[in-house]
Design a protein around this ligand. Structure first.
Ligand code: UDX
Length: 487
């Protein structure tokens, strides 16, 4: 099989499918990227991928190329994994890479193969690809298209590819079904060997395409929901972390993706919800997704909230165009859009750092993995060598990505380095009580209290229990008598 496009998605898939035992060719037009991968270097940070790449290169199951001719000769199943960024000057998806990949490949195809779309695309793209293939190949070959979206999360990508929680397949024929099944046999066999089952949803093109954007829209909505609650908590005197914990115990709600903070970023959620709205609008269903505009606005407002909090804590004047920070030295901890990744695309942390700098602050950024990418995007910011260097002499510390290194940093030690002990916890990830005890004025997002809430009966942030169906629940053991008055 081949994977066309060797970004986060394609490179991870190529390596993992080689690991599963398939003969794999990774394809890209980026010569430097292909040279790096061929030499055993993953051009981005993804835990566990480097070692797996080198192992499979050495085993001879995995190769990389820039040649579409070689790709066409090699593959029986071709996965299209190129990027679909936001269109410049618009909100829709830019499909130029998809078009280039499909036509580049199709022109060289000489036998019956299956082309499988994996990129996140507007609904209708699979049909358009069928037309492109029909235009550039001999119809006698009977080349087919299928759609199989992926759901990998950066930082957990290897695990998500090898052990997906579902496989979705948009298909037109039994032949395509057989081919796609064969291409996923490695995953299904691994699951069987581990006593798991991977649900497979076989469906039409439109549904398969929509599944991906619907999933991302749901996740973005869940995050913005809790961030909207954060806004309300801030004015009502509540604590959104306690609120999230309390509602998350309800298994219908669940406690994952309910962390209030500076909001979502990355190469997927922000652009996907915008492209989804743009496509729905084109199809005449714009109203159905109007709420996603609110989801986006809530997310953007969280970034401004950090500036507002910083101004409050530092006593800076508001000013007509936002606060002015008058050279105040601010440490920004975090540049990536989330931990375990070096990706800074649409990163809330980096956007906030840049906004603080634009408002006059002397910003010093530190990130354990994202520095090289951050410098490329925001070359005018100051980048510190270490966490300590960033915090040294800072009048305010903003924790904007929840790297373990920041979560577990000693507030007493950092307090000795900082000029003033003011901290904004943009991810509600710090031990608020410990930071307060070390003399820091602590501000979380969503009114997270610096002093712990009154002791409850259950400690910790336990996951909500999964309930069986009511019928299956065991009977409740009842004491003979129970009396409140007896206390
Ligand atoms: C996402 C989807 O999760 C994945 O299924 C899809 O294939 C690609 O897009 P990813 O972009 O890697 O994956 O990141 P994800 O883990 O979803 O986080 C997205 C953003 O939301 C991050 O900025 C993260 O910090 C933020 N987030 C996540 C919150 O603010 N609160 C949460 O509770 C969870």
């Amino acid at each position: 099989m081949t994977f066309v496009g060797t970004g986060y998605l394609g490179a991870t898939y190529a390596v993992c499918f080689a690991e599963l035992g398939y003969e794999v060719l990774g394809v890209d037009v980026d010569v430097a990227r292909i040279a790096a991968l061929s030499a055993g270097a993953v051009p981005f940070h993804e835990p566990g991928l480097d070692e797996m790449l080198r192992r499979n290169l050495a085993a001879g199951r995995l190769r990389f190329t820039t040649s579409y001719r070689e790709t066409a000769d090699f593959g029986d199943v071709h996965f299209i994994c190129v990027g679909t960024p936001q269109r410049p000057g618009g909100t829709g998806a830019d499909l130029s890479y998809v078009e280039a990949a499909v036509t580049g490949l199709a022109r060289h195809l000489t036998r019956r193969v299956l082309i499988v779309g994996k990129s996140t695309v507007p609904v209708g793209t699979a049909e358009w690809i069928e037309q492109l293939v029909a235009k550039h190949t001999d119809p006698e070959l009977g080349i087919e298209v299928a759609w199989s979206p992926e759901f990998l999360q950066e930082g957990f990508a290897v695990e998500d590819v090898l052990r997906p929680n579902r496989i979705v397949a948009g298909l037109r024929s039994e032949w395509a079904d057989d081919m796609l099944h064969a291409a996923h046999l490695g995953i299904l066999e691994l699951a069987a060997a581990e006593g798991r089952e991977v649900p497979v949803v076989v469906t039409d093109f439109a549904t398969a395409e929509l599944v991906k954007v619907a999933a991302n829209a749901f996740l973005a909505t869940k995050i913005s929901f809790i961030n909207a609650m954060a806004e309300v908590c801030e004015v009502a005197g509540g604590d959104v972390t306690q609120l999230a914990r309390a509602i998350g115990y309800d298994p219908r709600i669940g406690n994952r993706f309910l962390q209030a903070g500076v909001g979502f970023g990355g190469g997927c959620l922000p652009k996907d919800i915008r492209a989804f709205q743009a496509r729905a609008q084109e199809l005449g269903a714009g109203e159905a997704l109007r709420f996603l505009h609110e989801v986006d606005l809530i997310n953007q407002r969280r970034r401004s909230k950090v500036l507002q909090l910083a101004a409050e804590l530092l006593g800076c004047p508001p000013g007509p165009a936002g606060p002015r920070f008058g050279d105040a030295r601010i440490a920004v901890l975090g540049a990536t859009f989330k931990p375990r990744s070096d990706d800074v695309r649409d990163s809330p942390a980096l956007a906030i750092a840049a906004a603080l700098a634009r408002s006059g602050a002397d910003v010093h950024v530190y990130d354990p993995e994202g520095m090289a990418n951050a410098v490329l995007v925001q070359p005018d910011l100051n980048f510190a060598e270490s966490l300590d260097d960033a915090v040294r002499d800072a009048e305010l510390v903003c924790v904007l990505t929840e790297w373990p290194q920041f979560r577990t940093a000693d507030p007493v030690r950092l307090g000795r380095l900082a000029a003033t002990r003011l901290v904004i916890d943009g991810r509600n990830c710090l031990d608020a009580a410990a930071w307060s005890a070390a003399g820091w004025q602590y501000r979380g997002l969503g009114g997270r209290a610096a002093t712990p809430a009154p002791p409850g009966r259950t400690a910790g942030n336990r996951a909500a229990p999964d309930h069986d169906s009511p019928a299956g629940r065991p009977a409740i053991p009842r004491p003979a008598t129970r009396s409140v008055a007896a206390r």
